[in-house]
Design a binder for this molecule. Structure first.
Ligand SMILES: Nc1ncnc2c1ncn2[C@@H]1O[C@H](COP(=O)(O)OP(=O)(O)OP(=O)(O)O)[C@@H](O)[C@H]1O
Ligand SMILES: [Mg+2]
Length: 245
């Protein structure tokens, strides 16, 4: 399982004449096969970083090495292949196609990768079982609960068996118990399927499953600790006492 090595990553968004510097020379290494959690205040660059690792966006400068290749040098076609084969992305708002059933949503990335019908049927059955959705797989997203939609979202992300799973606040819209189930699934994906999992989250329970917790402030990594250390600090990655409310 290769590491993801990120060096001096810079991302500047230009909208009209205004510039926003979302990443200001971010360095980090994500170890292959670990669960890495990324925490930090709103606007610090978490989604920007995830989108760049996922090949949805390109950095302005810096390097991001996976498997001996630098994503920055990828052509558009290389990036399409990266998105299809190397990464699966889980979003906060589930991102399922509303007109397709859960099963058809899971099949979609395999169709785009040119997989045949027999393969898709077998793989879809495996994934539906993995996420515990056998009973509801023929339903459309609007007939499913938030937690069920997120489990299908996870199955969609895993469809083409990518080594890297990226999740942007995957429990943000879920109640406590449902969020816990989703976090448990990420842990299982690391332990049983050897996936590298990167989760952006505000959910303090991440300390129970994450190998590493990194904090981003203003486009740079400002701290890194183990899940155990994070729990020992009461789920507060800065270690400073909680502000009075
Ligand atoms: N497409 C864009 N165009 C211009 N500015 C952007 C764009 N996307 C993000 N930004 C800006 O870049 C900065 C980082 O945004 P980003 O979405 O990465 O933050 P975040 O850490 O994910 O925040 P949140 O916790 O609120 O989701 C913010 O200042 C944001 O306004
Ligand atoms: Mg975000």
């Amino acid at each position: 399982m290769p590491d993801i090595v990120i060096k001096d990553l810079i991302k500047v968004y230009k909208t009209g004449k205004a510039e926003v510097i979302a990443l200001r020379g971010l360095d980090c290494t994500i170890k292959g096969g670990e669960v890495l959690a990324i925490m930090g205040p709103s606007g610090c660059g978490k989604t920007t970083l995830l989108n760049i690792i996922g090949g949805l966006d390109r950095p302005t400068a810096g390097s991001i090495n996976i498997d001996g290749a630098n994503l920055v040098n990828y052509s558009d076609a290389d990036l399409v292949r990266h998105r299809r084969e190397k990464v699966g992305i889980v979003f906060q708002f589930f991102n399922l196609v509303p007109t397709l059933t859960a099963l058809e949503n899971i099949e979609l990335p395999m169709r785009l990768a040119g997989k045949n019908g027999d393969y898709m049927a077998k793989r879809t059955a495996e994934l539906v079982k993995l996420v515990g959705m056998e009973a509801r797989a023929a339903h459309r997203p609007d007939e499913l609960s938030g937690g069920e939609q997120q489990r299908i979202g996870l199955a969609v992300a895993l469809a083409n068996d990518p080594p890297i799973l990226l999740a942007d606040e995957p429990t943000g819209e879920l109640d406590t118990a449902t969020g816990q189930q989703i976090l448990h699934l990420f842990k299982q994906l690391r332990d049983e399927y050897k996936k590298t999992v990167v989760i952006v989250t505000h959910d303090q329970r991440i300390g129970q499953i994450a190998d590493t917790i990194m904090t981003i402030v203003d486009g740079r990594i400002t701290g890194s600790m183990s899940g155990a250390e994070f729990l020992a600090k009461g789920g507060n990655p800065t270690g400073s006492p909680p502000s009075p409310s």
